[in-house]
Write a protein that binds this ligand. Structure first.
Ligand SMILES: [Zn+2]
Length: 234
């Protein structure tokens, strides 16, 4: 007797298609997750994110890095109470933060500069930016500062605002603030301080830097791959 080839029943075919769709969706979500605002916690050894919210939705991150027995911060968050709670959860005392590197003067990046009483506040060129009248140290373009074996280099990257800067830490961690905001960068409230072309120019410059591996953003979390960041933002 001839054996006929068994055909897969329709339910099996449907199940395979559904399974494939679920796998594709899961993979897409996993990739997309990389650009989400990071939950408060330790991202990798010695590197921490604090997340703040607005109207119940995640709004942005600021970051902390261990430097010897102390910490340095990149920006100072959007909500003072949430920032304080975030530090508590991380077990980091604000007193142990010795430096805060501000990427630009916008309220959602500076809410807690007053919290870090022992820290030197570092900025880019704050002339005409409306930066509050508090002691701060303006870094020059390309300047490097060392803290307990951690080096922080400042790069002037005007575009989002005139005073926007990025920081490259130990040659491989890049903190960009709002060098990118959204894919299309809608006009900001103050168009005089905004230059989309300059911003794009500086994005390309910063992402082309040799040695940079990780990109930390103000509102899109952490990119563990510069290549992915370039694909997404350039
Ligand atoms: Zn921002």
């Amino acid at each position: 007797m001839l054996k006929t080839k068994k055909k897969l029943p329709i339910w099996a075919k449907v199940s395979i298609v559904i399974l494939a769709l679920i796998l594709i969706l899961a993979a897409t979500a996993a990739v997309a997750y990389r650009r989400y605002i990071y939950p408060t916690g330790e991202i990798m050894p010695g590197l921490y994110a604090v997340r703040t919210h607005r109207n119940g939705m995640p709004m942005g991150n600021f970051f902390l890095m261990r430097a010897g027995e102390k910490y340095i911060a990149f920006d100072a968050g959007a909500d003072n109470t949430e920032n304080e709670n975030g530090l508590k959860r991380l077990g980091i005392s604000a007193e142990d933060v010795v430096a805060v590197f501000i990427t630009h003067y916008h309220w959602d990046h500076i809410a807690s500069i007053g919290l870090f009483e022992n820290a030197v506040i570092y900025t880019g060129n704050t002339e005409n930016s409306g930066f509050p009248d508090i002691p701060h140290r303006i870094m020059s373009d390309g300047e490097i500062i060392e803290f307990y074996g951690v080096s922080v280099q400042c790069f002037y990257t005007p575009g989002h605002t005139a005073d926007s800067v990025c920081y490259v830490v130990s040659g491989k961690y890049l903190f960009v603030g709002d060098l990118l905001v959204t894919t299309n960068d809608p006009p900001p409230p103050n168009p005089r301080r905004y230059d989309a072309e300059l911003q794009l120019h500086h994005r390309e410059k910063m992402l082309g830097l040799d040695g940079v591996e990780y990109v930390f953003t103000g509102h899109f979390g952490l990119f563990k791959s510069v290549r992915f960041f370039r694909w997404r933002w350039l």
